[in-house]
Design a protein around this ligand. Structure first.
Ligand code: SF4
Length: 794
C-alpha cells in the first residue's frame, strides 16, 4: 500500500483495497499447486488472444472516493473490456479442479472485478455492465466462466463500502505517520551522553539514510552499535520520507538487543510527546496514538499456538474465521504499538487469531520490523516481497553483518539425499512410485558414471548439472503436483515436505551458474559397492551476489555493521554492495592498556599439533596461575579441542575446565555460560566460529582472558579447495577469500569476548607463530597493542 507522501490524498491499488476490505473467512494455507508466474502470464496472453478485435486488453482504470478532507485514489488494470458487448473481464489462472478454488478466494476475485466494474462505469459513463470472471485452467487450457450483470449504482455502492472501510484506516494511518514523524524530528538521543565513537557512528548512519547511500560500518564492541544505528535511521525517516526500518539480525539474541534499544527510543518519544502509556483512549485516531510501531518477527515454530495442527480453518481454531476477526485484531495491535512476541501474542489471543499470521499482517502497518536476515534476504522473503510490491521506501539495518555472507550462501544452497527418496517409496501410489523409480535409476547412473571416472572418490565436483537426473526430478515433481491437485484434502505424510525440498532444489538448479558448485557426495559408496543410501547431490552457493543484489537494490538505504568487517572489499564483493558504498571504520572505545595481547611462538599446524601440545596447555596453565579467573580457550575443531583438553587435564588435573560439546541444546549452553561467574575460576573450551565464539557477553570479571589456538582457517579439504579455485578465478584472491579472511574474522570475534566495557581488563594469547606475519597481523583490530615475542613456557 502506498500513498503517504501527500497528506490528504492516499493512493491504493485495487488489489490492496480488496485484500484489506473484502477478505473474509478462514486463513487457509493448505498447499494447492498454483500456476507459476510464467504459466500465469502465458494463460492471460492465451485468453486475450482468443478474444475478438473489439477487446481492449490491460485497461488502466482509476477513480476517487472522497470523505471529509481526504481523497482516496484507487487504481488498477482490468484484464479486458469489450465495449460493443459491454463486457468487462477479469482472468484468474489456476491448476486442478475449478471447484477446489476456495470460496473466500473467489469472493476476493469478485470484489476486484466489481471495483474494476465501478471504475469502468465511472470512466465510460455506463449505466450497467456485464462482469465476467474467467478461471483459466493452465493445464487443460480451458475457460470456466462466472458472470453477473450489475448496474453502475450497485457497483458504486459496493465501491463506496470498501472505500469507507479502507479510508477510516488510511486516515488513521496518515495521522499516525504525521505524529510519528513529528516525534522522530523532536527526538533526542535516548542514551546521552554519546560513548566515544558513537556520535561518529550515528552521524554516518544518519547521512547514509538521508542521502540514500549504502554504508559499511566497522565499529568495535562497546561503542553501542545498536542504538547508534537505530536512532539515526529513525531520525532520518521524516527527512527522507522512509516508510519503514527493517532491523535484521543473524541470531536470536541480536533481536532482543535491538528491541531493548527500540524500547529506549519509544520511552523517549513518549516522554517527548507526553503520551499516556495506557490504552484507555477512545476513538480510533486516539487509540492509535503510539508514535512508533515496533514489530518483532519470530519463526513459525516459536509463534504457533497449535503446533499439532495445520494452518487452515478445518484444523486450527485460530485460522478459522481469521479474516472475520482480523480487523479488530489489527486495530488493537496498531493501538498497542509495541509488538514484540509477547505483546503480539496477547493481542492475537484476545481476538482469537493466529499470532504468527497477525505478525505478517502487521508488517504493513509497522514502522520498525525486527527479524532474522531471512525475512529480507531469503528466496521467498516476505519483507523484500512486500517492499517491492508496495514500493515502500525502506531503510535496512544489517546487524552483525559479517554473518550475512555465510547465511546468504546457505539460503541459496540445496541438497537432496537419495536415502530420502528411497524412504518415500513404500508410501507412494502407482504413478508416483514409477516416477520415483525412474529418478532413483538416474541416481544409480549418476553414481556409476562418477565412479567410472573417479573410482575412489567420496566427494566429487560435477562440472555441470546432471541433466538427465534433473529432468527425471522435474518429472517426479510434476507427478507429485498432479497428485496433490487431484487429492487436495489427503494428508500426504512425508511426501509434501520432500516435494517442497525437491522444488527448491529444482528452482536453484534453474539458476545454476558460476556462483555455485554442484557436488556429489558418495560417502561409503566406494567400499560398499554403490551403497546408494549414502549418496547426496548438493548445490552449494558460494557467491550469493546475483540472488541478494535485487534485495540490496530495493533498500532506499542500507547500513551493514559489525565489529569485524575487515577487509571491506571482501564484504563488498561477496554481498553485492554497489561501488558507491561508503566505509566507516571507527576506532575502539577501549584503551590499548586494557588488553594485553601476545603471540606465542608455537606451531599449531596440523602436523605439529602433537609436538606443540604440552607447550600450548603449559602456556594456558601458566597464565591461569599468574592471574586466576575465567578464561575461554578456542580451537579450530572439536578434535583439536578434545586433544588439548585431555592433555591439560592430564598435566594439570587441579585446573577447573569445562567444554563445548558437539551437539548442545540451549539449556546446556546456558550451563556452560553460567560457569563464567564473576567469582569463578577455570577455562572453558570452545571452538572458533561456534556458538561461544561470538554474541557472548561476559563483562568484568566474568571473563579475564582468551587463548586462541590456530589461525581459525577453514580446513584444507576438497570443498574448500574448489571454493578457493572459484574465488581465485572470480576475484583473484582465492586463498584470502576462502581461508584467510573467514579465519581471521573468527579469531577477532572470539578475542572480542574479553573486553566488553570501559572498565574491563584482560589478556589474549594468540597461540601460533604465524600471527607474527604482517598478512595476519594487519587483520587484527588496530587498537590492539600486540607483543610479538612470547615464547613457549620454559
Ligand atoms: S496457530 Fe499454528 S497452526 Fe494455527 S494458524 Fe497459526 S501457525 Fe498455523
Amino acid at each position: 500500500m502506498t500513498g503517504l507522501s501527500v497528506v490528504q490524498s492516499y493512493n491504493v491499488a485495487v488489489r490492496n483495497l480488496c485484500e484489506f476490505a473484502a477478505k473474509a473467512g478462514d486463513l487457509d494455507l493448505r498447499f494447492t499447486p498454483s500456476p507459476t508466474a510464467q504459466q500465469g502470464r502465458e494463460g492471460h496472453q492465451l485468453v486475450a488472444s482468443r478474444r475478438g478485435p473489439g477487446q481492449e486488453a490491460e485497461v488502466r482504470l482509476s477513480g476517487t472516493f472522497v470523505s471529509g478532507d481526504t481523497t482516496l485514489v484507487v487504481s488498477g488494470r482490468a484484464d479486458g473490456f469489450d465495449a460493443e458487448r459491454n463486457v468487462l473481464e477479469e482472468v484468474k489462472t489456476f491448476r486442478g479442479a475449478v471447484e477446489a478454488i476456495a470460496p473466500n478466494h473467489s469472493a476476493l476475485h469478485w470484489a476486484q472485478l466489481k471495483v474494476y466494474g465501478c471504475l469502468m462505469c465511472q470512466t465510460r459513463s455506463l449505466e450497467r455492465i456485464h462482469l465476467h470472471l474467467v478461471y483459466f485452467d493452465v493445464q487443460q487450457q480451458t475457460e470456466h466462466l462466472q458472470q453477473q450483470e450489475c448496474t453502475a449504482a450497485e457497483l458504486q455502492s459496493f465501491f463506496n463500502a470498501l472505500c469507507t472501510r479502507f479510508l477510516a484506516w488510511a486516515q488513521m494511518e496518515m495521522a499516525h505517520r504525521r505524529r510519528r514523524d513529528v516525534a522522530l524530528q523532536a527526538m533526542a538521543f535516548p542514551q546521552a551522553p554519546f560513548r566515544p565513537g558513537q556520535h561518529d557512528l550515528a552521524s554516518g548512519v544518519y547521512r547514509a539514510c538521508v542521502q540514500s547511500r549504502p554504508l559499511l560500518v566497522q565499529a568495535p564492541t562497546g561503542i553501542g552499535k545498536t542504538i547508534g544505528t537505530v536512532f539515526p535511521a529513525l531520525r532520518a525517516m521524516p527527512e527522507r520520507g522512509v516508510d519503514k526500518v527493517f532491523f535484521l539480525t543473524a541470531k536470536t539474541p541480536g533481536r532482543q538487543v535491538a528491541l531493548d534499544a527500540l524500547h529506549m527510543v519509544v520511552a523517549r518519544q513518549e516522554q517527548t510527546l507526553g503520551v499516556a502509556t495506557d490504552s484507555t483512549h477512545a476513538g480510533q485516531a486516539q487509540r492509535c496514538a503510539k508514535a512508533l510501531r515496533v514489530l518483532e518477527l519470530v519463526a513459525r515454530e516459536k509463534a504457533c499456538e497449535h503446533p499439532d495442527k495445520a494452518c487452515h480453518g478445518q484444523s486450527c481454531p485460530l485460522a478459522q474465521g481469521f479474516y472475520d476477526r482480523l480487523e479488530s485484531a489489527r486495530l488493537a495491535a496498531a493501538e498497542r504499538g509495541w509488538l514484540d512476541q509477547g505483546s503480539l501474542r496477547a493481542v492475537a489471543l484476545t481476538h482469537s487469531v493466529c499470532p504468527y499470521y497477525l505478525g505478517h499482517e502487521m508488517v504493513r502497518w509497522a514502522d520498525v520490523v525486527v527479524g532474522d536476515y531471512n525475512y529480507y534476504f531469503d528466496r521467498s522473503a516476505m519483507l523484500y516481497a512486500l517492499t517491492a510490491s508496495n514500493n515502500w521506501r525502506v531503510s535496512v539495518l544489517v546487524d552483525e553483518a559479517h554473518n550475512l555472507y555465510s547465511r546468504a550462501c546457505s539460503m541459496y544452497s540445496a541438497e537432496l539425499a537419495q536415502v530420502e527418496a528411497l524412504a518415500l517409496r513404500g508410501s507412494l501410489p502407482g504413478l508416483l512410485r514409477s516416477r520415483l523409480d525412474e529418478w532413483l535409476n538416474q541416481w544409480q547412473l549418476l553414481v556409476l558414471a562418477t565412479q567410472s571416472k573417479k573410482p575412489d572418490a567420496h566427494w566429487c565436483l560435477l562440472e555441470e548439472l546432471p541433466e538427465a537426473w534433473l529432468r527425471s526430478l522435474q518429472r517426479f515433481n510434476s507427478a507429485v503436483s498432479e497428485h496433490v491437485n487431484e487429492h487436495p484434502i489427503d494428508a500426504h505424510g512425508a511426501l509434501l515436505p520432500f516435494y517442497f525440498k525437491s522444488l527448491a532444489f529444482a528452482a536453484l538448479a534453474e539458476a545454476f551458474g558460476e556462483h555455485s558448485l554442484c557436488e556429489l557426495e558418495l560417502n561409503g559408496a566406494a567400499e560398499q559397492g554403490a551403497d546408494t543410501e549414502q549418496v547426496l547431490l548438493r548445490l552449494r552457493n558460494i557467491v550469493p551476489t546475483p540472488f541478494i543484489k535485487p534485495r540490496m537494490d530495493a533498500a532506499d538505504s542500507l547500513v551493514l555493521f559489525s565489529a569485524t568487517l575487515n577487509p571491506p572489499d571482501y564484504y563488498i564483493n561477496l554481498l553485492a554492495l554497489p561501488d558507491g558504498t561508503q566505509l566507516l571504520d571507527l576506532p575502539g572505545p577501549f584503551a590499548p592498556e586494557q588488553l594485553a595481547v601476545s603471540i606465542m611462538r608455537i606451531s599449531t599446524r596440523k602436523d605439529d599439533r602433537l609436538a606443540s601440545l604440552d607447550a600450548l596447555v603449559g602456556a594456558m596453565a601458566e597464565q591461569f596461575t599468574r592471574q586466576a579467573g575465567n578464561y575461554l580457550a578456542f580451537f579450530s575443531s572439536f578434535d583439536y579441542l578434545e586433544l588439548a583438553l585431555a592433555r591439560l587435564q592430564q598435566l594439570y588435573p587441579a585446573l577447573p575446565v569445562w567444554a563445548q560439546q558437539r551437539q548442545m541444546q540451549e539449556s546446556s549452553r546456558q550451563v556452560f555460560l553460567r560457569q563464567f561467574d564473576a567469582d569463578g575460576q577455570g577455562i572453558g573450551f570452545a571452538v572458533l566460529g561456534g556458538v561461544f565464539g561470538e554474541g557472548v557477553d561476559l563483562p568484568g570479571r566474568r571473563l579475564v582472558g582468551a587463548f586462541i589456538a590456530t589461525l581459525g582457517l577453514p580446513q584444507f579439504d576438497d570443498v574448500n579447495q574448489a571454493i578457493c579455485e572459484r574465488m581465485q578465478a572470480r576475484f583473484g584472491r582465492g586463498h584470502d577469500y576462502t581461508y584467510l579472511f573467514p579465519g581471521m574474522q573468527k579469531v577477532v570475534q572470539a578475542a572480542g569476548r574479553v573486553i566488553r566495557t570501559p572498565t574491563d581488563t584482560g589478556v589474549v594469547l594468540l597461540m601460533d607463530e604465524r600471527y607474527r606475519e604482517w598478512r595476519y597481523r594487519r587483520l587484527l583490530p588496530s587498537w590492539w597493542r600486540v607483543s610479538l615475542d612470547k615464547g613457549a613456557p620454559g
